[in-house]
Design a protein around this ligand. Structure first.
Ligand code: GLA
Length: 742
């Protein structure tokens, strides 16, 4: 059992135990939930450990508020380490809960329950699965004055070293209460010498990691854009100062939520870090009628003593095994060709078939028709909402096209942007009231679009019916579900303003569940102008996300490196596009573009009918080579190797079958002395056959220089470092295949 109930000095205590991690929770002298430890395993923790870790308060510093002087004369909530906290009783740090019109919310122990398995979030909230060794602790606290009960839910997926947190607030009195904040997670962690890493960015530059020392005060990241956003990913890492990929303690939280969110890291003068994760409280006001309850989304948490790499490995396994839809867990993803950068809006039936035929000839398994196939959409100003075939481009209809493509022995995939509506659309003309707006204000446009009101059940029913109808009308095995605008003018006649953002995101989940739940074999890749909504909530419905509209491999190295902190390669849609890049105008070798996209769910996004013979042959070889190694690329253990210098990026992925490393040299340094690739962590004495790839699968310059491209090596030699060929030119990547011999 992953959860052990113990006796603490003041009441019950609990040890949440995974092979490498322990949480020790205890009820404090006044009934608050204290966090005594979150970090390395305590082994078989006992009552003695609880007592040893329980803080002693021999005296009270002069001005500190003592919550209950009669019961606990020296006990101050502001000085203890808590796993939950409300305002108004002497803890001035960021609270987990707030109630409108109330300056005090004081939740104290009532009861607890330990259950086998997962106690998941109520639908339509997404919920993580557990493993064979999963148990759930529910600690119920109550504020008797306000008539509120609060369940603090801890699900321990022990075999995955992950604890999932969630909070439920229940109104047990006979008047309505308005909740203005409800966090999924609160934890106080002793904080000497800690750093925070966040993934921040914007369109085309998503998920750039930023690392900073935590000093007294609050570092917060969040989104009020309506989506989880490219500006700040909801996942956050805290680590020891100086932690590396392989050394140092590191903790992570990530929210299973795709809407507004906020994470606050508040370091107090006592060098304790208050860590709060949840929906963003800005504008949030949720009315809880008597008897009603409100559940936060889930927050996934992990700890590793093995540095940032160890933390990523834990999170990757959990996402692959317990977050993405069951039908797609550890299931290899098809190599696809997407039409967007190859033909944008200009295509017709014949041209799509031609492109699909060429793609099939190169080894593609799926052809995806992107934007522009519906209504009268020839640019991005019209037709969102009218999900019927464009009569001019596809006069024979969608089914005829899909069937012809499928007849070429590739799957057929289709783009949608269901959450938006164009003012120039039949849907908008029929239902102007279905667009999000605040009465009396003209709603603003973004990419010429309005937002559909997913708070409104009629809108949701319409989408479920129309999208389901399209999917059932033709052999469509993949959907790219896009969303190209942030929220503005947030209002719906169906709910108060303070409930809009949460209800809208729940509405999105409801539609996704109803469209894809009955069609689990349709591969769903979500997208929001690229990676504007790369989060665990979307991954619970679709196992991969288009990581960025930037297909330039140099920028993509940064994006995928950043995302890899929290998300496995299988989740990152990654495409080889044309050179020069449509986003940066940078010229890069085809092999470099492949070497980046291969560390994800590989696709191509260029015109396959316009390739030179050499490029076509190279792509055919790349796809065949990738397919043989696909399981390793998508589901192996991915690690960021520490680059010896800043102009390099190195990654490796390995499983029992093989390892594949890549060395990306971004710029040629002056006086380049050569490059080494250090691949630690393989079987030390195991013999491997090492093959270094170069442009077009060969390395002619290296051959000329006499560098061997294929040779046997042991795991210990690989850990010492391989010498790589010196090739001139910027943006050169070398993939290195490391296959066990014998
Ligand atoms: C968004 C997506 C792109 C593409 C276009 C189509 O920008 O991120 O991949 O689908 O929309 O309009």
């Amino acid at each position: 059992m992953a959860i052990h109930t113990l006796n603490g000095p003041h009441g019950p205590a609990w040890h949440l135990a995974t092979p490498t991690t322990s949480w020790l929770l205890a009820i404090g002298p006044l009934g608050h939930l204290e966090l005594l430890h979150w970090g390395p395993t305590l082994g078989q923790a006992s009552d003695v450990d609880v007592a040893a870790l329980t803080p002693q308060w021999p005296y009270t510093p002069g001005v500190v508020v003592v919550a209950d002087e009669a019961a606990a004369p020296t006990y101050s909530l502001g000085r203890t380490t808590l796993a939950w906290s409300g305002p108004g009783k002497g803890d001035y740090r960021e609270p987990g809960v707030e109630v409108a019109g109330e300056n005090v919310v004081d939740l104290r122990y009532v009861r607890h329950e330990v259950l086998e398995g997962v106690v998941g979030a109520p639908a339509p909230l997404p919920s993580c699965d557990g493993d064979d060794d999963t148990a759930t602790l529910v600690v119920t606290l109550a504020d008797e004055v306000l008539g509120l009960e609060c369940d603090l839910v801890f699900t321990v997926a022990a075999a995955h070293d992950v604890v999932v947190r969630r909070t439920v607030l229940r109104n047990v009195c006979d008047v309505a209460r308005t909740v203005t904040r409800l966090a999924a997670f609160v934890a106080d962690v002793p904080g000497v010498g800690l750093e925070a890493i966040t993934l921040d960015g914007e369109w085309l530059r998503e998920a750039h990691p930023h690392r900073r020392a935590l000093e007294p005060g609050t570092v917060s990241i969040g989104s009020v854009t309506g989506g989880s956003s490219a500006e700040h990913n909801p996942g956050v890492v805290v680590c020891e100062r100086g932690a590396t990929e392989t050394h140092g303690r590191a903790w992570a939280t990530n929210l299973v939520w795709s809407g507004n969110h906020r994470t606050a890291l508040e370091l107090s003068w006592t060098q304790t870090l208050r860590w709060v994760v949840g929906e963003h409280p800005q504008g949030f006001a949720w009315e809880l009628a008597p008897g009603d309850e409100l559940s936060s989304p889930e927050a996934v948490t992990a700890y590793s003593a093995g540095g940032l790499g160890g933390l990523s490995t834990t999170l990757h396994r959990f996402v692959d095994d317990c977050v993405v839809p069951a039908a797609w867990r550890r299931r290899e993803r098809p190599v696809l060709f997407n039409s967007w950068e190859g033909s944008y809006f200009s295509f017709d039936h014949g041209r799509v078939v031609e492109m699909a035929r060429a793609a099939a000839g190169l080894g593609a398994e799926l052809f995806v028709l992107d934007d522009g196939w519906f209504g009268h959409r020839d640019d991005d100003t019209t037709s969102l909402g009218d999900w019927t075939a464009h009569a001019g481009k596809l006069p024979d209809g969608l089914a005829a096209l899909a069937e012809e493509v499928v007849g070429l022995d590739v799957g057929f995939g289709l783009w949608f942007e269901p959450e938006a509506v164009s003012p120039d659309s039949d849907l908008y003309r029929a239902h102007p009231d279905w667009a999000v707006r605040v009465p009396g204000r003209e709603p603003s446009l973004a990419r010429h679009e309005l937002l559909l009101d997913l708070c409104n059940p009629d809108v949701r029913d319409h989408l479920v019916e129309v999208l389901g109808g399209v999917l059932d009308s033709a052999p469509i095995s993949y959907v790219k579900w896009d969303m190209n605008r942030k929220h503005s003018d947030a209002g719906s006649p169906t709910c108060p303003a303070g409930e809009f953002h949460r209800r809208w995101t729940l509405g999105l989940y409801d539609v996704l569940a109803r469209v894809f739940g009955p069609r689990p074999e349709v591969l769903l890749e979500t997208c929001s102008s690229g990676g504007n909504r790369f989060d665990l909530g979307m991954l619970a419905f679709g196992p991969q996300i288009w990581a960025s509209d930037c297909t330039d491999p140099v920028e993509r190295q940064d994006i995928q490196t950043g995302l890899s902190l929290l998300y496995p390669p299988s989740t990152m849609g990654a495409h080889v596009a044309a050179s020069p890049s449509h986003q940066t105008a940078r010229h890069t070798p085809l092999e470099t573009r492949f070497a980046v996209a291969a560390f994800g769910a590989l696709g191509y996004e260029l015109d396959p009918t316009a390739l030179s013979d050499d490029d076509a042959a190279a792509i055919r070889e790349q796809i065949a080579w990738y397919k043989e190694r696909r399981a390793t690329f998508q589901f192996g253990r991915f690690r960021r190797l520490e680059p010896p210098q800043g102009f390099l990026r190195q990654w490796v992925v390995d499983d029992d079958a093989r390892a594949i490393a890549v060395h990306h040299r971004r710029l040629v340094p002056a006086a380049d002395l050569g490059h080494r690739l250090v691949v630690p962590g393989l079987g030390a004495e195991r013999p491997y056959l090492v093959t270094i790839r170069g442009e077009g699968g060969t390395t002619s310059a290296a051959e000329l220089a006499g560098v061997p491209l294929q040779f046997p090596a042991s795991g210990s030699l690989l850990a010492a470092g391989l010498s790589l060929p010196l090739e001139m030119g910027d943006h050169v990547s070398h993939l290195v295949d490391i296959a066990p011999l014998g």
